[in-house]
Design a protein around this ligand. Structure first.
Ligand SMILES: [Zn+2]
Length: 206
C-alpha cells in the first residue's frame, strides 16, 4: 500500500524527497492511531479485560475487547485512555517544535507543509477532537454514557447517549449537505447507525 502511495505521489509530480516525506507522514499517522488503540487495550487490561484484536479502518481503528466494562468508571477510563495517548503525543511534539523554534500555528504547520512535526502535532489534536465527539462509535459517546451511567441505569444511559449521537449525526449530515462537504453525510449515516446498534447491543446482552 505504501509503495503504491509513493508511486502515486511521484505520478502527481512530487519530487522523490517530497514523496518519501508524504509516505513517512502517512505511516506515522497510522502509528499514532495504533498507539491510540493500544491506550484503550492497556487500560482495559488494567481492569482485567483482554483485547481480542485491533482492526484498522480508513477512518480509524477499533480495539475489540473480550467484554464491555459495565462499571461507569471502568468504561470512562478505557474510553479516555485512547485520546489521552494523542494528547501526550501532541504535547511531546509541541515541546520538540518549541525547542527547535518551529512555527506551530495551524496555518504555518498545516498549509505551508514545511514543518512535518507541526503537522503531526495538529493531526494528533484533530484525532483528539474527532474522538471526543459525544456520539457512538467515537470514544466521546462512551464517555457520555459512562457519565450518564453514574446517575442512571446502564440501559437508560445508553438510550440517552444514543439519542445524543443520532442528533449530532443529523446535524453533521445537514451541515455537510449545505456546506458541500460531501463526505460528512456518509460519515454521519455511519454514526447514526452505530448509535442505534449500540442500543441493540445492550438490549441483546440484557
Ligand atoms: Zn478510541
Amino acid at each position: 500500500m505504501l509503495v503504491g502511495l509513493f508511486i502515486f505521489y511521484i505520478y502527481q509530480g512530487m519530487t522523490v524527497v517530497a514523496a518519501l516525506a508524504g509516505v513517512a507522514l502517512i505511516t506515522t499517522v497510522f502509528g499514532c492511531v495504533v498507539l491510540h488503540e493500544l491506550g484503550h487495550a492497556f487500560m482495559a487490561r488494567h481492569y482485567g479485560i483482554p483485547t481480542l484484536d485491533i482492526t484498522m479502518y480508513p477512518i480509524g481503528g477499533v480495539a475489540r475487547l473480550a467484554r464491555m466494562p459495565r462499571k461507569p468508571r471502568e468504561e470512562f477510563m478505557i474510553a479516555i485512555a485512547g485520546p489521552a495517548v494523542n494528547v501526550v503525543i501532541a504535547l511531546v511534539l509541541l515541546l520538540i517544535n518549541s525547542v527547535l523554534g518551529y512555527g506551530i500555528s495551524m496555518a504555518e504547520a498545516m498549509y505551508t507543509q514545511a514543518n512535518v512535526l507541526g503537522m503531526l502535532m495538529w493531526i494528533n489534536v484533530s484525532l483528539v477532537v474527532f474522538n471526543m465527539i459525544p456520539a457512538f462509535p467515537m470514544d466521546g459517546g462512551r464517555i457520555l454514557r459512562a457519565a450518564l451511567a453514574t446517575q442512571l441505569d446502564y440501559r437508560n444511559a445508553t438510550h440517552i447517549a444514543s439519542l445524543a449521537g443520532q442528533a449530532i449525526a443529523v446535524v453533521m449530515g445537514i451541515f455537510g449537505i449545505f456546506s458541500g462537504m460531501w463526505t460528512l453525510p456518509f460519515v454521519s449515516m455511519f454514526v447514526f447507525m452505530a448509535a442505534r446498534q449500540e442500543v441493540q447491543n445492550v438490549m441483546d446482552r440484557g
